[in-house]
Design a protein around this ligand. Structure first.
Ligand code: NAP
Ligand code: MG
Length: 402
């Protein structure tokens, strides 16, 4: 075996749950540690360990990303009532992703992996469409009220400094109806815009922002203006990198995205991002090909697969049955983190290793070796699918040959 490539600075590793925890171990053992001399700062975010530490381990992991700039995370269980029972937990701990996101104040970008024999449902798409979702506020932090009789609904703002109240009429109801109040903050919108700009610069991609400012002149208009201001601050940097920013109406953005060959970052308000990321993920094929990175406004990066812990496969695995779980998005989480590490450390051999591993995966699938989720949509058809471990072994074998 040739000598391992030395990685200068550490990467924060966050272990996870169920089927993805099993895959995680295989990836590390077969595709990473044999090739890289890498200092991993390990945090076990498996649900039992989060429970034992009263979720302190999640906070520690997020702070470690702040210290070392880069993290790679396995999928984790967000406990609901059934999970509390299943794993005998103290309580329904918060989503680890939510906790990490709020500590890093970051934005999540989801990017599909393009493979030639896994054609997207939308024929025009040739390059990835990346979605950046603003994950704070709007209807996700709303207050709603059912109106059960005639009356007037109003927005009331009471200034903390004792200044005059602002009262805005919403509607004069003559019968039953519904009403909703929502908000966003300048700080959060600015952070979102800055994270989008960081991502666009980091990936050298054009970026679009769409909103409905024709209808919502103040709320959506504020988003548009804050974005424009942040873009203006880095105008020269963007121009040097040949990156274009476009603002458009959200309807126009939807139509343009479907007609385009892809290759852009689409920055979305919270609800648009929630809905459109599912549309784009399905359009590109499998959840197993969707990667995700959290980027903070001050340039910290956390990479992961967009899918969950693949519970159904895990239960089969526990019964001793063979599984065919796609590990590609999890491997790309590792390569994303490693390439970014190499970039920040200025070690091109580390970046080259990550790119080689990515290309090896694509070549493996294009060579007809793939898991079941991909076999179902591959063109041309393939005769059989690889099991979870067989796929990783095939990649490892090819990797040692190239
Ligand atoms: P999921 O784990 O993404 O799986 C949903 C289904 O999608 C699977 O049953 C499987 O379909 C298919 N699938 C997803 N990833 C796949 C892969 N890599 N290879 C092959 N098929 C794949 O979502 P879920 O079942 O809703 O959630 C399970 C757990 O994950 C939950 O506890 C949730 O809290 C957690 N979760 C974590 C994250 C995260 O950490 N980022 C994200 C989402 C969910 P078939 O069964 O049809 O084969
Ligand atoms: Mg959604």
């Amino acid at each position: 075996m040739t000598e391992k490539i030395k990685v200068k600075n550490p990467i924060v590793e966050m272990d996870g749950d169920e089927m993805t925890r099993i895959i995680w171990q295989l990836i590390k053992e077969k595709l990473i540690t044999p090739f890289l001399d890498l200092d991993l700062k390990y945090y076990d975010l498996g649900v039992k360990h989060r429970d034992e530490t009263d979720d302190k381990v999640t906070v520690d992991a997020a702070n470690a990303i702040k210290e070392y700039d880069i993290g790679v995370k396995c999928a984790t269980i967000t406990p609901n009532a059934a999970r509390v029972k299943e794993y005998n937990l103290k309580k329904q701990w918060k989503s680890p992703n939510g906790t990490i996101r709020s500590i890093l104040d970051g934005t999540v970008f989801r990017k599909p992996i393009i493979i030639r024999n896994i054609p997207p449902a939308v024929k025009a798409w040739k390059k990835p469409i990346v979605i950046g979702r603003h994950a704070y506020g709007d209807i996700y932090k709303n207050s709603e009220c059912f109106i059960d009789r005639p009356g007037i609904a109003e927005i009331v703002f009471t200034p903390a400094d004792g200044g005059e109240k602002k009262v805005v009429k919403i509607h004069d109801f003559d019968g039953r109806g519904v009403v909703m109040g929502m908000h966003n903050t300048e700080k959060s919108i600015r952070s979102f815009a800055r994270s989008c700009i960081n991502y666009a610069l980091s990936e050298k991609t054009d970026f679009w922002f769409g909103a409905k400012d024709t209808i919502s002149k103040q709320y959506h208009g504020f988003f548009r203006d804050v974005f424009a201001e942040e873009v203006e601050k880095v105008r020269d940097k963007l121009a040097q990198a040949g990156i274009q920013y476009r603002y458009m109406l959200i309807d126009d953005a939807v139509a343009q995205v479907i007609k385009s060959p892809g290759g852009m970052l689409w920055c979305c308000m919270n609800y648009d991002g929630d809905v459109m990321s599912d549309m784009v993920a399905t359009g590109f094929g499998s959840l197993g090909l969707m990667t995700s990175v959290l980027v903070s406004p001050d340039g910290k990066y956390e990479y992961e697969a967009a899918h969950g812990t693949v519970t159904r496969h895990y239960y089969e695995h526990l019964k001793g049955n063979p599984t065919s779980t796609n590990s590609i998005a999890s491997i790309f989480a590792w390569t994303g983190a490693i390439a970014k590490r190499g970039e920040l450390d200025n070690t091109p051999d580390v970046v080259a290793f990550a790119r080689k591993l990515e290309q090896t995966i694509i070549d493996t699938v294009e060579g007809g070796i793939m898991t079941k989720d991909l076999m179902l949509i591959a063109e041309p058809c393939v005769a059989k699918y690889a099991l979870t471990e067989e796929f990783i072994d095939a990649v490892a074998e090819r990797l040692t040959k190239v």
